[in-house]
Design a protein around this ligand. Structure first.
Ligand code: NAP
Length: 223
């Protein structure tokens, strides 16, 4: 496979103690005020924020900077079939919207996205989903040097599994949610053996001043 130079990638997720990103009715308001400030500072520093199409369709996030000074230059959606609605909030809240779709995505939908102001990038698909290594390589080519990935679980897992992540920040709410129909911090086929698990190294852990959250900084173990 071609070796693509890629941006520096940080995943940020807010989760419960049982590693859930959202409830069965897709309530994902896990963060406290302090966590939101840290997250928005990261958005401003990284300049590029990426989400999977499910997160865009469910949450309709603006992906902009609030709570602190600064702005996001690139808002990136990973969207194999170009399902991003041209009326989504990302188009109305500043920054360039980049939709990364598969090579076979519908031409009419792509045209509508371009008319809404999106930069559309096409990448090969692997198992009917965007090949993220290639996608990151193409993002680097258009000038994206760092990316803050804000989920959801499917995008998180694809990136971690493929070794495309440099750092992970988890804001952990000290509460259990239960598992049935909730969204996990990583979603997708599980490893068969513990020995195959993607191991992480703990760089820092902090208790939030609200007393209800822990902030974990992790990097992938390379051994
Ligand atoms: N608590 C938090 O911090 C947080 C943050 C973000 C999201 N969330 C929650 O997470 C939920 C959504 O998560 P999700 O796991 O369902 O979806 P997701 O990761 O947001 O999006 C996944 C979709 O992206 C597309 N995709 C394209 N290429 C892919 C690839 N290589 N790997 C993986 N996905 C690829 C696929 O749809 P196509 O096949 O159509 O392309 C896939 O179904 C929402 O409820 C949201 O509220 C929570």
């Amino acid at each position: 496979m071609e070796d693509y130079k890629r941006p520096y990638v940080i995943i940020n997720s807010a989760i419960t103690l049982d590693a859930k990103l959202a409830t069965p009715i897709r309530d994902s308001r896990i963060s406290c005020k302090e966590d939101l400030v840290v997250l928005h500072r990261l958005r401003a520093e990284m300049k590029a924020v990426m989400v999977g199409i499910n997160t865009l369709l469910i949450d309709n996030p603006s992906l902009s900077v609030k709570h602190v000074e600064g702005e996001v230059e690139w808002k990136i959606v990973i969207d194999t079939h170009a399902r991003t609605p041209p009326e989504a909030k990302v188009f109305k809240t500043g920054g360039k919207v980049v939709v990364v779709c598969g090579v076979d995505a519908d031409g009419e939908r792509i045209e509508k996205l371009r008319n809404a102001g999106a930069v559309v990038i096409k990448a090969e698909t692997t198992g009917q989903r965007v090949n993220l290594r290639e996608a990151l390589g193409k993002l680097r080519e258009i000038g994206v040097e760092k990316v803050l990935v804000e989920g959801g679980g499917r995008i998180n897992w694809s990136l971690i599994r493929e070794g495309l992540v440099d750092r992970i920040r988890l804001a952990v709410l000290l509460a259990f949610l239960g598992s049935q129909d909730a969204v996990n911090v990583v979603e997708g086929p599980a490893m068969r053996y513990i020995s195959e698990a993607k191991k992480m190294e703990l760089v820092n852990v902090e208790k939030c001043s609200c007393g209800e959250m822990l902030f974990l900084d992790l990097i992938p173990r390379r051994d």
